[in-house]
Design a protein around this ligand. Structure first.
Ligand code: DGL
Length: 265
């Protein structure tokens, strides 16, 4: 038994889609969530900067006494996982490795695609991690406009359908599965499917991550014995659109008690 909280960080609020899945699987766990909303997006930045920001996020969580760290940001996972691992001995769960684990469980899939932020796609991390004899990466496509579209609530909207069409329609019916390597994309999966074809399997790494985390905690006697975990929510900036963006990920009526913090020191 271990009552310490689980630490989750993301570049902003997209990681709330991962938080939601973890809360569903592990309702008794306390969670500390950190969203670096002052510096989001990470997806347009250099590897060096993403590493620096991600290390600061991980250190913040370590200082909060967490029992493990969830990197709920694909951009951080693809560019900074190795360097974070060197800084802490805590168990780390990340969305990129979870997407590969999820892929391995799919039957009769050979050709796959990857979509994400520019920094994630340019890292070619999925290419490095997949088993080439089993899978072939047919395309890796950066879809940066999806992030502001989602943050502005353009869900199931014509404009998102149009952008998805522009990014993806040339790849229609070319692959059996696509890794959604950005926390924002699962929310617009209808538009993504319209562009890629209804038959494609879209992989949301958050599902596998939450299951692996649960399995790890139970196996190692690391789970909390509480019934209702508490969420402590930190951000580095609270803008005028904060509530609207948070409600895109958590639903309109969710109440968040927010604490503001700073990571630059
Ligand atoms: N959370 C980021 C990710 O999953 C998307 C937003 C950003 O560019 O920071 O890659």
């Amino acid at each position: 038994m271990n009552r310490k909280p689980i630490g989750i960080f993301d570049s902003g609020l997209g990681g709330l889609s991962v938080l939601k899945k973890i809360q569903q699987q592990l309702p008794g766990e306390d969670i500390v969530y950190l969203g670096d909303t002052a510096r989001v997006p990470y997806g347009t930045r250099s590897k060096k900067t993403i590493e620096r920001f991600s290390i600061q996020c991980a250190r913040f969580l370590v200082d909060k006494g967490v029992k493990c760290i969830v990197i709920a940001c694909n951009t951080s996972s693809s560019n900074a996982l190795e360097i974070i691992k060197k800084q802490t001995s805590l168990p780390i769960f990340d969305v990129v490795n979870s997407s590969i684990e999820a892929l391995k469980e799919l039957k009769s899939v050979k050709n796959i695609g990857v979509i994400g932020t520019s920094a994630t796609v340019n890292s070619h991390i999925h290419r490095k991690l997949i088993n080439f004899r089993k899978f072939k990466i047919v395309f890796e496509i950066p879809c940066p406009l999806f992030v502001p579209l989602v943050e502005n609530g353009e869900i199931e909207s014509k404009i998102t359908d149009l952008v998805a069409h522009k990014y993806l329609s040339k790849k229609r019916d070319k692959v059996q599965a696509v890794i959604m390597a950005c926390t924002h994309f699962p929310i617009i999966k209808k538009s993504i499917k319209k562009a890629l074809g209804e038959k494609v399997t879209l992989i949301d790494p958050a599902e596998k991550l939450s299951l692996s985390l649960k399995e790890y905690l139970l196996k190692n006697n690391f789970e909390s014995d509480r019934n209702n975990g508490k969420l402590t929510f930190y951000v580095t900036d609270i803008s005028s659109t904060f509530k609207d963006t948070a409600s895109v990920f958590l639903g309109k009526h969710s109440q968040l008690k927010i604490r503001k913090t700073s990571l630059d020191n």
